[in-house]
Design a protein around this ligand. Structure first.
Ligand code: TYC
Length: 114
């Protein structure tokens, strides 16, 4: 919602007709859109190479970055892959989940508000 500022200006000269001026100012309150973390979860069955490929393909990581992040997920259980607007995060999750399903791997990818 836009914030409304009201300022009353009193003229200091006695004979001035325009004793009172009312200044209305609307200040459009700009809100940054919320960001969403895309998370990838570990499981016991998805091959490591498949996860590396997913990270390269959908998250634009180099092979080395993908391999390192895959190992982090393997050891720690999950990791943030990236932070995006709601629409982009949703697209990434759908792309990963569809791709995993197509290859019959149980890999899970989710998003949560930052
Ligand atoms: N834990 C899997 C394995 O040992 C590898 C793996 C890593 C799976 C990361 C999912 O998000 C994942 N084959």
């Amino acid at each position: 919602m836009a914030a409304l500022a009201l300022e009353i200006v009193l003229s200091d000269t006695p004979d001035d007709d325009s004793d009172i001026a009312v200044k209305l100012e609307t200040r459009p309150k700009t809100k940054r859109p919320p960001l969403y973390k895309v998370l990838i979860l570990n499981d016991d069955y998805t091959p490591m190479e498949f996860v590396v490929h997913v990270l390269e393909r959908f998250f634009g990581m180099t092979h080395q970055q993908s391999f390192d992040l895959m190992l982090t997920v393997h050891k720690k259980g999950m990791a943030v892959v990236g932070v995006y607007s709601h629409e982009i995060a949703e697209t990434k999750v759908t792309q990963v989940m569809d791709f995993a399903r197509q290859h019959q791997h149980p890999l899970q990818c989710t998003m949560e508000k930052e």
